[in-house]
Design a protein around this ligand. Sequence first.
Ligand code: HEC
Ligand code: HEC
Length: 312
Amino acid sequence: MMRTGTGNAMYAAMIAAGFFAVAQADGTLPTGLIGRGEQVYQKDCAACHGDLGNGAGPAARFLSPKPRNFSTGMYKFRSTPSGELPTDADLLRVLESGVPGTQMPPWKGILTLQERMDVIAYIKTFSSDFLEAPAAPIAIPEPPPSTPASVTEGKMVYMLMECWSCHGGKGKGNGKSGQTLKDDWGQKILSWNLTRSSYKGGNDPAALYRTFTTGLNGTPMPAYALDGFLISGDAAVDPAKYSEAYPAAEIDQLKDWLRTQPPEASLQKMSAEQRSALGERRKWALVHYIRSLIVNRNYFVRMFTEDTEITR
Ligand code: HEC
Ligand code: HEC
């Protein structure tokens, strides 16, 4: 379901009157208390995210990307399917690590776990979408090891799925379609430079798997269903299209690889398990390829090249 954004006056009044405890924490996390969360919020969050949670705090106009508008119920970083709300554990993860490459700071060590849960309970009151039970997180299988063959396969998948149209042929965030994108909040947004050493949503294998599967709500970064990975070996490769991002030799490499893959007729004959195994294998290959793009620059180089906003 797509979240469209609400936050009605009646709902706000009910919260002010302490009508219900929205704070239903996942599993073992302590339950957050809205009243205490409001105090944390006013002290540590409102300058950016705004008194009313609408992302328009006094500091917001100097920031890019803009602080999240919590009243729309649209969240980028989730373990839940595309269009769904984040779980408390998702919100906690973002709060603890911050959002690298943006001004959203990490709060671990600054706020106690209880304070983090309190402020999470409070920011959820900005959108009445949170009155519904949250969707279940996606299952993330155990990552297979990265091998040179899986990295190569991942590159082929990256080419076939046209990630380069936004992220560029070498993942530097300079794809042609990536230059004119806007997010759902109306701000210009750049496709992430995948060679940077830290990612907004994390870049351990499971985190990347999660980002591909759930997408980043409110941004042009799509959610990729497993079926999307089942491209057949007889799929046509139009060199004119790929030449935007790749030299002829790499396009030939893709054609050669495709010839080793099951053609449409074989895909049709596969059982559901076989199809899903093929999709999963390619998805993990893509994860390993993306990780292979990361350049581990030393600390000082990073300070000058990476510690800036990515969207202007
Ligand atoms: C200095 C400004 C600043 C402060 C202070 C700040 N934030 Fe943020 N926050 C941001 C920005 C900017 C983003 C957007 C990052 C993006 O879109 O990539 C963000 C994103 C977030 C997100 C991610 C939402 C999503 O889409 O998944 C959460 C949750 C969040 N902030 C909560 C908080 C809380 C809670 C506090 C206070 C404890 C806080 N922030 C304080 C700037 C700030
Ligand atoms: C239509 C353009 C578009 C396409 C196609 C696209 N992306 Fe993205 N992607 C984006 C944008 C924009 C962002 C940045 C979101 C942000 O900064 O909040 C992004 C973010 C990401 C991130 C998250 C980086 C982080 O900081 O956590 C990863 C990983 C990623 N893309 C990989 C891929 C892969 C792999 C494909 C192909 C299967 C792909 N993208 C296709 C536009 C695109």
